[in-house]
Design a protein around this ligand. Structure first.
Ligand code: ACO
Length: 330
């Protein structure tokens, strides 16, 4: 068996920063409510006039990850992209990213798992490397949620945002790197968070005049209650699998959906918040992009040292939840 090691990280966010104060002029909300209930102060929102499509943001993040890894695009033999907001329904964002990077030797595809998209994608790359069917993979988490939120719905538009993160993962014979990955889902809760855009479902939805077509709909309160339980259980599963305890974890990098969820997770794992990376105040909820953006920032801030145990954990639409335990090896 080969071992998958992360050898480069990168991230990218649109130039435009939208503050809570600016949102007060768009919907009936307040800086105080958003800050207290979610921890978000600002977020990055893509603009039509900049090169900030899903593909553009992903390619920018990927180039930074490849530069850190010291590899050229021809070395990639797989591009796995977690996203629910590809530029087009098809072809995949992965193929568009492949073209932008001229990564001609890669097989490229997307994976839709809500906010767990990046960890699901990392898991697929990890397993492909372990069995020897892939040597070097680019794993991307990217979203342009601003294109699918209803800007009249204060319960979602103040939370969601845009951005991209990427890692380069390669096969090595040394131990360490990705120690394990875990994925779970429960489709019986699909209607807690969904987009009404679709093919077979659209005509039915359009008959209902009260529902705005093609927008995101979320039951935040019910999701909130599920989130901490799911995140906590899959984090514990990852630690148990590797015979580690909370004390052995150097840094937790959780999905950035809500600071109260992150604090609840930390408390349930008995891990102090100093060991939990958060940047939700700057980026809001970027779904699949949130973990790779946070991982890249933590890495570039020098918070991760060779041999550190790093726990990534996510929860999102589906419902899906996932964890990955890494022995850092950059
Ligand atoms: N500004 C002001 N008031 C608001 C806003 C807003 N932006 N949004 C809702 N409110 C009001 C509600 O109408 C409600 O008013 P009422 O009491 O008069 O009825 C009140 O605030 C409380 O609303 P709740 O929804 O109960 O607030 P809550 O404390 O649950 O916070 C939040 C809402 C932030 C959405 C939280 O529930 C949450 O973070 N949920 C989890 C989200 C999540 O994890 N999603 C999955 C991952 S994301 C993904 O996959 C893309």
């Amino acid at each position: 068996m080969f071992q998958a090691h992360i050898i480069g990280t990168g991230s990218s966010a649109p130039k435009r920063i939208l503050s809570n104060i600016e949102l007060e002029a768009i919907v009936d909300t307040s800086d105080d409510w958003i800050t207290r209930r979610s921890g978000i102060k600002t977020r990055h929102i893509a603009s039509k006039n900049e090169k900030e499509s899903t593909t553009d943001l992903a390619a920018q993040a990927s180039l930074k990850a490849m530069e850190m890894a010291g590899i050229q695009s021809e070395a990639l033999d797989m591009i796995v992209t977690g996203t629910v907001t590809p530029d087009r329904q098809f072809p995949s964002a992965g193929c568009m990213i492949q073209e932008a990077l001229k990564a001609n030797n890669a097989a490229a595809f997307d994976l839709s798992a809500g906010c767990s998209g990046f960890l699901y994608a990392l898991s697929i790359a990890n397993h492909a490397i372990q069995i020897g069917s892939c040597k070097t993979a680019l794993v991307v988490g990217v979203e342009r949620l601003s294109s699918i939120v209803n800007w009249e719905d204060r319960s979602t538009c103040v939370l969601m945002a845009d951005g991209a993160g990427a890692v380069v993962v390669t096969s090595k014979s040394e131990s360490g790197g990705i120690l394990s990955s875990h994925m779970k889902s429960d489709g019986s809760y699909w209607d807690l968070l969904y987009s009404s855009y679709g093919n077979s479902r659209t005509p039915e939805i359009l008959q209902d005049v009260d529902i705005k077509p093609f927008f995101m709909s979320m039951e935040g309160n019910r999701l909130f209650k599920k989130a901490i339980r799911c995140l906590s259980s899959i984090a514990i599963e990852a630690m148990e699998k590797n015979n580690l305890t909370s004390q052995d974890i150097r840094l937790v990098v959780p999905h950035q959906a809500n600071i109260r969820i992150i604090e609840g997770l930390a408390s349930s794992l008995d891990i102090p918040m100093e060991k939990v990376y958060t940047n939700i105040h700057k980026y809001g909820n970027t779904s699949s992009a949130s973990i790779p953006i946070a991982l890249d920032e933590a890495n570039r801030e020098g918070l991760l040292k060779m041999g550190d145990n790093v726990l990534l954990v996510s929860f999102g639409a589906g419902l899906t939840w996932a964890s990955t335990l890494i022995r850092w090896s950059i």
